[in-house]
Every structure is written in C-alpha cells, then in structure tokens.
Write a protein that binds this ligand. Structure first.
Ligand code: ZN
Ligand code: ZN
Length: 1014
C-alpha cells in the first residue's frame, strides 16, 4: 500500500512533547484518511485469520477507566496482530437488553416497580425508551473509544436487540430443544422481589452481590409426635420459611443427644450442646442419652402452625413423610443445632431432598413474593415481612426458644440490591448439568495465562447447575416457545419467517421480535388444532450476549472466526459472559469445545487508595472526562505498565505524568534529535540497508563500532522478548522491556556514546555520521513500531513526522507496517556479555571517583583494572570506549593488585573479583581540559534551550564569573572549546555586570557563572 494522502505534511515535532495536542491531530489524521477502514482491506490479503468476538459492554452507563483498561488490552492485540499480517474481525458489539437497561430506564421514568411500569408506561413506550437509552450511552462509548484510540470497527458493530441477532440467538435454543436440554421445570431459583424476576445461579454469585444484612436469629422447637416432652431444637435466620416447612433433617453419621432443660428434653447434635446452651443463656442442662442421627429417621413431629396454614394440612395428607425427620449428608453439624428444617419451596438442598423422596413442594407465593391464600393468615404478606409474625405465632404455641438479631453476609440482587429469596417456581431451564462433563472438558483445553482465574473459572463450572434462562421481564429476547391452551403441546419457533408462516392471523407490518408485538402472534397447535400462545418469558441477558459468536456472524464467518483466537474480559465475567459463551457453544456444536481458545481475565480497576470505584464514593473516573485533561497514550502506557493484567489496579492520577511521561517524552526527544541531525546531513533512508551486523551504504560497506553492534544486538534481544511477553499477555513486563531499552540502552548508554560524533559537520567524518543515522533510523523506527500497540498516537505521530517525512513511499500509517522480527545475525551474545563487564567497570570507576571526590569531568591520567583474565579481555576489546566513558587517559590491566597502587594517590572501588584503581593525582593540563568539557556541555544545553539546532554555528560564546584558577586553566583550551560548541569564538570575562549582555545563569562546582551565546 503506498501513500495517497498528503495530510501528514503538517505533522511536525515541536520542541516539547505535548501528548494531548498530538493526539488530537492524529485522531483527525486517522479519520480524514480512513485508516481504520483501510485496515479492513486486509480481509482480502493476509497471512491468516484470527477470530474475535467483542464482549459487548452493556449500554446502561458511561464508560469509566476500568472499562478503558480492558479495551486497551483488546486494542493492543488487534494492532499487534494486524502488524504481524493477520486479519482479525475487531468489530464492536453492544449489549442492549436485559435487567440492567430496564432498571436504568425505570429510574429515568421514575417508575418504582414492574407493576407500575406496565400500568403507567406500557410495554410499547417502555421499549421505545429502552432503545433511546442505549443509543444515548452508545454515543458516550463511541466517543470514549475514539479518544482512547481503541481501533474497534464501529461500523460493523452488532447489537443484541436487533431481530437479525435474536433470530440467530434462537438457533442456540433450537439446538438445546432438539437435544432435550431446554425444558420447563419446577425448581428452586433465586428471585429478586424488587425486579420481580428470577435470576440464574451464576448471577447470584456475581461480584458485589453479597452484602452485610441484618436478619432475625431464631431458635425454635418442634415437638416429637406422641412424646411427653421431647422437642427438636432448630435454628434459622429466615423465620418466614417455617410457613413452608416440610421436613427436618439430621446428619446420619453424627451423634445426637437428648438434653434435659427444665422439664423438657431437647434433641440436638452433641458437639453443639455447650455453645448453643451458652448462647441461649441456659446454665442448667443435662445430657440424658445419645443416638446416631440415622436412628432419628422417620420420627414424626408436630408442625405447630397447621391450624393457621391450610396448605400445610393438605400437605400432610399427600405424603406420609411430611413433617418427619430425614437424614442427609449436607446437614452441617458445626453450626447451630445440627437439626435443620427443610422448606423445599424456599431452598435448593431442601428442594432436592424432597424431590428424591417424592415429597410435594409447598410454595404459596405470587410474583411479588407475597404469600397466597394457601398460607392462611399470612395471605398477602411479603415473605420477608412475615418473619416476625411467624415468631409471634411460635411464641403462642410453645415452639419459641429465643430470637436475637444477627448481621451476616447475604446475597442481594446484583442490579437492585434487594435481598434475594429462594423460591420454587416454574421456569425454563437449560439443562447444562447434563452436559457438564463436556463443558469441563472444553474448559480444560482453554488457555487462561494465569492460574488463579483459571481455577476460579473451573471450580465455578464444576457446580454444573441447570441454567434458569427465563425472566419475567419485558426488554429482552422473547422465549420462542408457544404452548397450546388445550393440550399443552409446546412448539419452539426459531425464525421470524417460521413465525409469520405459522401465525393464525396476519402479522402487522411493524412487527418486531419483542414484547408486546411478539405476544400478539398466535399459532395453531399441530396436535389438536387448538390455539397456542407464547410462554410469557424473556431470556436471561447473559444468554443474549452469550449467543454472540454465532449471532453476530454469518454462517461463513462463524466457520472462519469461531473458535476465536483470543478473548479478554474482566474477572467478574467468570460467572458472566465467559460462562454463557462456553455453555451455549457446547450446546450449539454438541462438541467439547469452547468458542475461544484463550481467555484472559482482567483484574478490576480501583481508585488510588484501592477502593472500588462507585457512584456513592464519587471516585469513578469517566474515560472521556479523564481524557479532557490527560493524554490517552500516557493512560494506556500507565495502565499496561503498572501491574499484570490479572492484578487489581489502583489507578493513581498522580503517577500519570511521572514515569510514563518520562519514557514517552524520551522516545519523542530521541526521535527529534535523530531527525534534526539526519535532515542536516541530507540523510536518505533508502540509501542504506542493514544486513547481518553490517551496514551497506549505497554500495559501500560501513564499519560499525563495538557500541553500535552492542546496541543492535540488544535491539534484537528486546524485539524477541517483547513479542514473547505480548504473546503471554504479560503486558506489564512487555512494556517494561521497551521502557528499559529507551531509557537505559538508548538514552543513558548508547546516545551519549555517539552524540559528540554528531556535533561536527566535518566532511571527513560524514561517513561515520551516516552510519549513526542509519543505526538510529533502523532502531528508533523499530521501537516506534513496537510501541504502536501500546501508544498508538505517539507511534503514528513519530511515524508520520519522522519516517514518512524522510521516505514518503512508506505505508500510509504505522498500523500498516510489518511487525519487527529479530535478526539472528545481529545478535551477539559475547559482545553483550563484554559490555556488561564494561559497564560494571565503568560504574566502579565512578564509585572510586565519588569516594575520592574526583568529579567525573576531571580527566585523570591512569586507571588500573584488576580482574580475572576473561574480564580483562572483555574490557581490552572495547578499551577506547572504556577510556572515554571513564574519562581517563590510560589503562593498565593486572590479575593481582600491583604494589604501586598501595599508596594514597590511588582511589579504588571493587565488587566481587573486579577492582578499579584510579590515579588521583592532580594534573593541571587535564583539569583545564576537564573544565573546558564541562563548560562545553553547559553551552550545548543552552544552545538547545535557545532553539539552536546542532548544525547552527554560533558567532560567539561569552563566559563570565569563573574563578581565577579556572580562567587560567582554561586559556589553553578556548579554541578546542569553540570547535566543540560550534562557535567561531569563545571569550572569558570577570564580573558579568561589567558587560552588557543577555546573560543566562549556570553553575560550575557550586559557583554561579554566566553564559551568553549568539
Ligand atoms: Zn433486583
Ligand atoms: Zn393442542
């Protein structure tokens, strides 16, 4: 792809790195030149397809920085894999339906509950409002994505509420239906009285749903039938469930005792006698006899409230096991009394215990979880409000022992925070318990990158409970099951077409696959010709989004892109999307295969103090608002660098402009430094080619210095390591590798070694300068490309204003470049080891100087390296460089410490088997040169500050206020200094006030001096 745009010409690198201004320009560059659209053309030509399905954010709120963190990880993968030549359908997707959206709209409409909603607002208007709300939030999300540089394709987005999507979602149900995995069942489900709908067991364990609540802590007793004074002692925090009590349960293997308390005998587990008596403040009690739990089985007890609950009387007549003791292993003997009461209408374990014994379920509740008339005096009372009424009734019947209040963790609705109630209800279930082994097998094969989330996910999946997918709500995918009013025959319809064809009456034009319109469609029963009505449920919203791998694609695309190569979402999606995707895919394909080959769970993002971001704390950082003030690149770099993706991240705004800014700004200035020098010498990138560790310039082979080869070798190593870390999703270590290369290898070590070679413009050193340009061009360009997934704005800016400026034939955008690959031939492990030794010796030399208070700028006559043979060899190989870096004129080597360094004019430092000795003798000539070099550096800095480019030649440099000694030491070096700072002349002055000039303050050895250049 060659360039057709000329819009890059106005991109240039200003003196300061101002990321926000630069990002604005780059955003408009991308838009004007439709860069993202052009990347889609890779669908025709690529080195392979990598599947991707967007985990759709729910459009019920404004995106915050926690969302942004996950989206950046996705974007990194996209940009990086695209540069590697792959095509990935990085297309957006939006979760539009379900409880979260409904509740948001209810809030906006000022509606308190479902009944009020249906009566006051009506379904049609409600659905229009839901659509308005999702569009409003969509605009927020699209803006945040654009600002953060998330290159997701918005035009190809999927929307989970569209008919086309819903029809394909129905295909999953059809497959389940045909395999006998979708059925109506009467099970105990978690039910939210606020939202008036049941929830799935996955939703119950959802992040943040357990809250500390206050409940009654009640001890009560049921009398053993036909006994004189024997009672079972029981404890509960939900007294209302006594209304639906059906059996008592004990643990078969535990030892139970009869305890005499006053004139009564209480039956409970032995190990709990002491603590329970203590809690009840009973000091006089006596254990009379003991028995195994199993032997209590079949014992009948008197249910004390039969006279006021007619349903309970019926129950007893239906099955002889009602109001008897059973034994079950699940009974916990380490809490309470070891005797539990069972309410199959209100508890899961209870329910299954009853099912196993064919004991009927008593669940006299309506949709608002109020008792019905079968519950007698409790008719019309909301379940949890019945707690204290029950206590009073027990008190009247000698069944009451004690009531206190207890605070404990209890599951609440993840959306509305009402206390959940467990209820036996008729619902539709996906019998995922029947395919659990396949699901687990599929899950085991998936790559999770980190062990902790993997274990968490697998242990959740092992629960393997049936999935309650029906919801008693409005704004969702309608359950496509129609039921005959005469013979109860059921029919599943899997497309709009099928529905229209089978409809009894002609379907109106504005018909869409939502309530209420879909409810108006009636079908004819194929069995008895009776009329069929739709079962009035919508689907769990997790089913809706979990259908995306099939529903968002065409059949052909599904074949190509699923299972996807990689997906990533928050750790809270273990029970959410990651789960529903997997279950639905196994149902759809019938195979032990996940719809994704790898899944990265991300840790959540918290505020700087480690607190969860929440509206009530006011600490939510909304993406767009944050980016009004801060740079997207800095945020991206910071979020990836700070911790591993799986870690919970504390987002601290204070940290943004520190290290991240330093790193990016260093890359920016290195690039600018390269460009200014290269342009001066008319550098043309297509004149060089790096092959192996040589540079071919036109047709001349240019020699590389050891430092050059070392730097190139380092680069190869870092490309390899960085790419590997990205593959492992260790973004923090990956980014640390780039950071280290820019700050340490390039800025602190390599560039200082070559910088002075670029100060001159002498023709005889042009070849060396060209070598350096080629090296810097090659290296900085590679680094710019490697940075692109993390900091796309800066990379594009550098790419346009440096590399494309020098070579307009390059691809139009940095995103169309090829990912750098390491060149084995440039990798030189021995040389890198030698440089390690070199840097070690240099730092020891610095340490020795520091000890003897010898400034680094003072050139010294001699240095002795005492080290093993191999290390000496390493330093000897790069001796010239060693002398320059240590600022010493001569070096000697020794295997043992020579006698002559034992006197006081030698300073030394050692580490391990290396020692460095420095001759500390003061040498006037060398000192003069030292001062000159030091002043030259200050002049260079001033040149830069005043905006002179390295190639500008100054007319004159004035230096004032030096002490007399320095002045006289310096005299012999003025000419050399003039050359060094690229000035025609250098003058020294005494008192700066005697000369009229625009003086700039500086300092030398703690003394204030003054500089003027022009
Ligand atoms: Zn709720
Ligand atoms: Zn029928």
């Amino acid at each position: 792809m060659t360039a057709k745009s000329d819009t890059n010409s106005n991109l240039s690198l200003t003196g300061d790195y101002k990321p926000q201004e630069l990002e604005k320009e780059i955003r408009s560059f991308w838009e004007k030149n439709q860069i993202r659209d052009k990347l889609e053309l890779r669908e025709q030509e690529n080195k392979g397809f990598l599947g991707y399905v967007e985990g759709p954010p729910t459009l019920n709120g404004v995106p915050h920085i926690g969302h942004a963190r996950g989206r950046v990880m996705k974007d990194i993968r996209y940009r990086w894999k695209t540069m590697q030549g792959y095509y990935m359908p990085f297309w957006a997707g939006w979760d539009c339906q379900g409880l979260p959206v409904e509740l948001e709209v209810e809030k906006l409409l000022g509606v308190k509950n479902k009944r009020e909603l249906l009566e006051r607002v009506g379904q049609e208007r409600f659905i229009e409002e839901c659509k308005k709300v999702i569009m409003r939030y969509y605009r927020e999300w699209a803006e945040a994505d654009s600002r953060m540089g998330i290159f997701i394709d918005q035009k190809k987005a999927y929307w989970t509420y569209l008919d086309s999507y819903i029809e394909r979602e129905w295909q999953y149900l059809k497959h389940a239906w045909e395999q006998g995995l979708l059925e109506e069942g009467h099970y105990v489900v978690a039910y939210c009285p606020g939202c008036q709908t049941s929830l799935s067991s996955a939703e119950v364990g959802y992040e943040g749903s357990y809250k500390e609540v206050e409940d009654p802590s009640l001890y009560f007793k049921f009398k053993k039938t036909d006994s004189k004074d024997d009672y079972f002692l029981v404890w509960t925090t939900m007294p209302f469930t006594i209304i639906t009590d059906t059996m008592l349960a004990v643990n078969p293997k535990a030892e139970y005792v009869r305890v005499r308390v006053g004139g009564e005998f209480w039956i409970m587990v032995r190990q709990r006698v002491e603590p329970v008596m203590q809690e009840l403040s009973i000091s006089k009690f006596e254990i009379i006899d003991s028995m195994l739990g199993k032997s209590l089985e079949g014992t009948h007890y008197d249910f004390p409230l039969s006279d006021i609950i007619p349903g309970q009387k019926d129950l007893e007549s239906k099955n002889p096991m009602v109001h008897t003791v059973i034994s079950e292993d699940f009974v916990d003997v380490n809490t309470a009394t070891g005797v539990v009461h069972l309410s199959p209408g209100n508890g899961e374990d209870d329910f299954w215990a009853a099912q196993r014994r064919k004991v009927p379920v008593f669940a006299p509740f309506d949709d608002e979880v109020k008792f019905t008339k079968e519950a007698g005096v409790f008719n019309g009372v909301f379940a949890r409000d019945a707690d204290y009424l029950v206590v009073e009734e027990l008190r009247n019947r000698n069944a009451f022992v004690q009531v206190k209040k207890v605070k404990h963790e209890y599951p609440t609705c993840w959306r509305s925070h009402h206390k959940l109630v467990w209820l036996a209800r008729k619902e539709y279930f996906l019998r995922t318990d029947k395919i659990n082994s396949k699901v687990l097998e599929a899950a085991e094969r998936i790559e999770y990158y980190f062990d902790e989330p993997k274990n968490r996910f697998l242990s959740f999946l092992k629960e393997g409970k049936p999935w309650c997918i029906s919801r008693e709500r409005v704004w969702g995918t309608p359950l496509p099951i129609w039921k005959c009013e005469k013979c109860s025959q059921k029919k599943l319809v899997a497309s709009k077409k099928e529905l229209v064809e089978n409809a009894l009456e002609k379907v109106p034009e504005n018909f869409e696959l939502h309530k209420p319109w879909v409810d108006h469609v009636r079908l004819k029963c194929p069995n008895c010709e009776g009329t069929m009505h739709r079962e009035d449920f919508v689907l769990d919203t997790w089913h809706n989004s979990g259908a995306s791998p099939y529903a968002r694609f065409t059949d052909a695309q599904f074949e190509e892109f699923v299972p996807t190569d990689f997906l990533t979402e928050g750790i809270d999606q273990t029970r959410g999307w990651a789960n529903s995707l997997l279950l639905e895919h196994v149902i759809l394909t019938g195979k032990a295969e996940g719809p994704y080959r790898a899944f990265l769970f991300q840790g959540l993002t918290q505020d700087a103090r480690g607190r969860k971001m929440s509206k009530s704390l006011g600490n939510v950082l909304e993406t767009t608002k944050l980016l009004d003030k801060y740079s997207a690149d800095l945020c991206r770099f910071y979020m990836m660098r700070k911790c591993a993706p799986i870690d919970f991240m504390n987002f601290d705004l204070q940290e943004l402009n520190r290290r991240p800014y330093q790193v990016l700004s260093t890359l920016y200035h290195l690039s600018r430094f390269f460009l200014q020098n290269a342009e001066f010498d008319g550098f043309e990138p297509d004149r060089y080619r790096i092959s192996g560790n040589k540079i071919l310039w036109d047709r001349v082979l240019l020699e590389l210095q050891p430092a050059d080869r070392w730097m190139l070798s380092k680069l190869q190593e870092k490309i390899e390591e960085y790419t590997q870390k990205l593959e492992l999703c260790e973004f923090n270590t990956a980014v640390a590798i780039l950071e280290d290369f820019v700050i340490e290898t390039l800025s602190r070590l390599y560039v200082p070694m070559i910088r002075k070679e670029l100060w001159t413009d002498a023709p005889e050193t042009l070849e060396r300068r060209e070598t350096i340009y080629a090296l810097l061009h090659h290296t900085l360009k590679a680094i710019t490309l490697l940075f692109n997934p993390v900091t796309p704005f800066l990379s594009e800016a550098l790419y346009q204003s440096v590399y494309r400026k020098l070579d307009p034939k390059l691809p139009e955008s940095v995103n169309m470049e090829n990912w750098p690959v390491p060149d084995e031939k440039m990798l030189d492990k021995d040389l890198m080891e030698q440089f390690e030794v070199l840097f070690k010796c240099v730092s020891l030399a610095y340490a020795a100087r520091q000890q003897a208070k010898l400034k680094r700028r003072w050139p010294l006559a001699k240095l002795v390296v005492v080290a093993p043979e191999k290390m000496i060899e390493a330093v000897r190989n790069v001796e010239q460089l060693f002398l320059e870096l240590t600022n010493v004129k001569d070096v000697e080597y020794a295997l043992k410490v020579p006698d002559y360094v034992e006197c006081s004019i030698w300073a030394s430092a050692s580490e391990g088997d290396v020692s460095i000795f420095l001759s500390a003798k003061r040498d006037e000539t060398l000192l003069g040169e030292g001062i000159m070099r030091d002043l030259a550096r200050r002049v260079q800095a001033l040149r830069k500050e005043l905006g002179f480019v390295p190639t500008d030649v100054l007319d004159v440099v004035h230096i004032a206020q030096l002490d007399d000694e320095s002045q006289s030491l310096l005299q012999a070096y003025l000419e050399e200094m003039a050359e060094l700072v690229r000035s025609k002349k250098v003058y020294l002055h005494g008192d700066h006030t005697l000369v009229e000039a625009d003086w700039h303050e500086s300092e030398l050895d703690g003394r204030r001096i003054y500089l003027n250049i022009h």
